[in-house]
Design a binder for this molecule. Structure first.
Ligand SMILES: Cc1ncc(COP(=O)(O)O)c(C=O)c1O
Length: 478
């Protein structure tokens, strides 16, 4: 049992924080059985020795799947898994929470499978993650694109305007859902409250891919979560910033949601592995519990104050610029997007990596994205700020070589065919330069950030070429 105390909902109400799945796994470890079931490495006994040494015997010992050792099942949720999901729902302020393996990708696929169908029109922001598009290709629903504002100085997409959503809904009464991403990868935050009011006015559900915002409910200096602002379903990548293990996420159905959560449950049952990793599931339970302990809350406070410290230091570096909240949009303070005059983002990224052993979240042609995480120490931010100071005052200009390469797709799509029709059409592979004027038959999206350069059904133009340096050929409709 997690021993720490937590101030639930930041009130006077101090309660003990439970982590039932962590406890159950611990108990299974302490009460071993003779195992004649999967996984066949049998508590690590049949594992390559170097891997065993690396990962540790204990980790292998607790690597099991659901159904065994009184750990409960994921589909349907039973036992400690069910209890852990219920505690997560309470902590995030949801009516129902589902644990996700295969990340928020699984959540987005489940939303598409459960809530959309062939021919239905769905408002989606063009800079959505490719998992949403995969979902729409599978279901056959038609995206109605909303293009967020462009922040040209930074070559990134900005916030989504409620007015834009309303315009689309007003013009087409066949639109049956709004599905948007908030925040953007670089931390730009849209006005979800106004967007949700518009959705309610037109009686359509609002789904928010809040993959990068799972800490928001736990700190008053971070933006408000869409769960509190009227969204019906919210997806969170706990593994990105919430402290769980890679590929684990959560899907929340909000308290007053207009959607029936059993459809989501059924879709997840079909999409998920039938052998869920208990380590991964327990890591979600642990992450949620941690965020409710005094220590966890302090770690988020530290992330915020380290971000503020870093931003203050960066303000004093000549030639260095950082993305800040502006008229029309807010930002998540912990996501620091910077650029240095005379250096492309990719060049800056490689200088940081090679000369300073610093790895950032991502780089575009313009800048680099730094995540101020719960696990980073103040001393690391000092080191980073010192390094950036040195870089900004050194002449690296002679070796920046990437001007013609672009990384953040910012193009308005020219749609020639439906997403699904083009994806499932007869295709051929042609050289990139011969693809101009043809219709794309594939999703071309680099990760990070997983935002599409080209989608099935879109016309390939000369403008796409700077984003396609790594491609020799493209799949086009025959
Ligand atoms: C906005 C957004 N949604 C969904 C995803 C998919 O998340 P996951 O990696 O957890 O599958 C990502 C991943 O980068 C993302 O940026």
């Amino acid at each position: 049992m997690v021993k720490e105390l937590k101030n639930i909902n930041k009130t006077e109400n101090i309660t003990e924080v439970k982590a039932p799945l962590v406890d159950a796994l611990n108990s299974a470890y302490k009460n071993p059985t003779y195992q004649f079931h999967i996984p066949g490495h049998t508590k690590g006994k049949a594992v390559f020795k170097d891997f065993k040494k690396l990962i540790g015997e204990k980790a292998l010992n607790i690597d099991t799947t659901d159904e065994f050792d009184n750990l409960g099942t994921l589909h349907p949720a039973t036992g400690p898994i069910k209890e852990a999901q219920e505690l997560a729902a309470q902590a995030f302020g949801a009516k129902k929470t589902f644990f996700l393996l295969n990340g928020s990708t699984a959540g987005n696929l489940a939303v598409a499978m459960a809530l959309t169908k062939k021919g239905q029109k769905i408002i989606v922001n063009r800079n959505c993650h490719r998992s949403i598009l995969t979902g729409l290709i599978i279901s056959g629903a038609e995206p109605v694109w909303v293009c967020p504002k462009k922040i040209n100085d930074w070559s990134i997409w900005g916030n989504i305007e409620a007015e834009e959503i309303e315009k689309l809904l007003k013009n087409d009464d066949k639109i049956s859902m709004v599905w948007i991403t908030n925040p953007t990868y670089e931390g730009v935050v849209s006005d979800i409250k106004s967007i949700s009011e518009v959705c309610k006015k037109y009686n359509v559900p609002l789904i928010v891919d809040e993959a990068h915002g799972c800490l928001w409910n736990f700190n008053k200096h971070l933006p408000e979560t869409a769960l509190k602002l009227g969204a019906d379903v919210v997806v969170h990548s706990l593994h990105k910033t919430g402290g769980s293990m890679s590929q684990t996420s959560m899907l929340h159905v909000s308290e007053n949601s207009c959607i029936d959560e059993t459809c989501i449950e059924k879709a997840l049952k079909l999409l998920h592995t039938t052998s869920p990793s208990l380590i991964l599931l327990a890591s979600l339970d642990a992450a949620r519990a941690n965020l409710q302990t005094e220590t966890g809350l302090k770690l988020i406070d530290n992330a915020v104050s380290n971000a503020k410290y870093l931003r203050k230091r960066l303000d004093n570096i000549p030639n260095l610029h950082q993305l800040k909240a502006d008229f029309g949009y807010k930002t998540d303070v912990t996501k620091v997007f910077i650029k240095i005059d005379g250096l492309s983002g990719k060049r800056l990224e490689s200088i940081l990596e090679i000369d300073f052993k610093i790895e950032v979240e991502s780089a575009s042609d313009i800048g680099v994205l730094i995540l101020c995480n719960m696990g980073n120490k103040r001393s690391e931010f000092k080191y980073l700020a010192d390094a950036l100071e040195k870089i900004a005052s050194t002449n690296y200009k002679d070796i920046y070589y990437l001007e013609k390469r672009k990384h953040m797709p910012m193009l308005e799509p020219i749609i020639k065919m439906s997403l699904r029709e083009a994806y499932y059409s007869e295709k051929e592979s042609v050289l990139k330069q011969d693809a101009i004027g043809r219709i794309s038959a594939e999703v071309v999206a680099e990760c990070p950030p997983g935002i599409s350069i080209l989608l099935p059904g879109e016309l390939i133009t000369e403008e796409h070429l700077p984003y396609l340096n790594d491609y020799e050929t493209l799949e086009v409709v025959k």
